[in-house]
Design a protein around this ligand. Structure first.
Ligand code: CA
Length: 367
């Protein structure tokens, strides 16, 4: 009797083990199949193809993903106008026509007002501060919430650092000199410039040169020395003003269609996430190492006039910016929620940076 029971128990145990090993065999076959499956994505961007910095960030992202996934996720990158125009990127990825996009979120303020905060706000956060807010200050979660209705997952995808105030064909010595100045300056900053007495013109990056040359505008901002040198603005304007009050740490974005993202196995999803994080830092490093070299070339070789905006102009622009942001968020629940998070963080981080980054940079200059 005892022996018989033992046989039955042994039989059950081996049956159980057999079924277990069958399961794991099936699972590993599925895993092997999934691990061998390759995915091909298209990434549309708002930048000229292979443009230094901004245009190279999506190329580098694609390269990193390819390397880390051992070729299982291929992302083909297109410049603006190749498949869709720059300002069509958000819709194309939202609708799933293409799986991924690279651009600057503030291009979409007409659709998603709060997107302004994820690129730059006049007199707002620097690159280092932005990265802190997005990744450790609740910014990323708010960004995801804002893009949720559009079936998009956003990631920070690069940063230019502090930009330049722009190219001017005439000197700016006081607020009166802003009066009537026609300037290419986008978004919220453009509105601030208009309120300071200027006239704002909206132009894509590739149209700036001709507009300056033909006098359609008297001034234009693009990015900073690294990119401005490539476009050759020094050939059509003499005065190069700083600091970039309007874009103190412009963050770029990678957007992924949510359905395409969910379809990926978990390791590829992780690769997309961490490649975005890597390229976000990588682009800032590229600008840090190249901006001063380009500025040296502009000053020494091309003899441009490097000028600081007068203090009264900067103070007035800051006051107008603060008032205008209140007006900008009014009546928009998501924008108000993000503004509150952004402003609280800005106040706290600026208090700390006053005695850390700023104090150190000043100490380094003491004589
Ligand atoms: Ca700019």
């Amino acid at each position: 009797m005892k022996i018989k029971l033992r046989i039955i128990v042994l039989g059950l145990v081996s049956l159980f083990l057999a079924s277990c090993s069958n399961d794991s065999a099936e699972q590993s076959t599925a895993e092997v199949l999934e691990n061998n499956k390759t995915y091909e994505w298209t990434m549309v961007t708002t930048w000229p193809k292979n443009f230094p910095g901004v245009g190279m960030a999506p190329e580098n992202f694609s390269k990193m993903v390819d390397e880390m996934s051992n070729g299982r996720l291929k992302i083909k990158v297109y410049g603006s106008g190749e498949l869709v125009q720059a300002f069509g990127v958000f819709d194309a990825v939202s609708l799933g026509t293409y799986q991924a996009g690279h651009g600057a979120s503030y291009y979409w303020t007409g659709k998603v007002k709060s997107s302004q905060f994820f690129t730059a706000v006049p007199f707002g956060l620097t690159a280092q501060e932005m990265n802190g807010w997005i990744h450790y200050g609740g910014g990323k979660e708010l960004w995801e919430e804002a893009y949720e209705p559009f079936n998009l997952i956003p990631f920070a995808g690069g940063n230019t650092g502090v930009q330049m105030a722009g190219w001017f064909k005439k000197e700016i010595n006081s607020l009166e000199d802003i009066e009537g100045t026609k300037m290419r300056i986008p978004g919220v900053a453009g509105e601030v410039f208009t309120r300071a007495g200027g006239e704002t013109v909206q132009l894509a990056g590739s149209d700036i040169f001709l507009a300056l040359q033909q006098g359609v505008v008297d001034a234009a901002e693009w990015i900073g020395p690294y990119n401005d040198l490539t476009f050759g603005f020094h050939q059509v304007a003499d005065f190069y003003y700083y600091p970039g009050w309007h874009e103190p740490g412009a963050t770029l974005e990678i957007i992924i269609n949510k359905d395409a993202y969910i379809e990926l196995p978990s390791d590829l999803r992780a690769i997309v996430k961490y490649a975005a994080r890597a390229v976000n830092q990588d682009m800032l490093d590229e600008y840090t190492a190249n901006s001063y070299r380009a500025l040296e070339e502009l000053v020494e070789k091309h003899d441009i006039e490097l000028r600081r905006l007068p203090e009264d102009v900067l103070i007035e622009l800051r006051k107008i910016s603060e008032d205008y942001m209140q007006e900008f968020i009014k009546g928009d629940e998501m924008a108000t929620k993000i503004y509150n998070s952004y402003s609280k963080y800005r106040e706290e981080v600026v208090n700390y940076h006053r005695i850390s980054e700023k104090a150190y940079i000043e100490a380094r200059e003491l004589e």
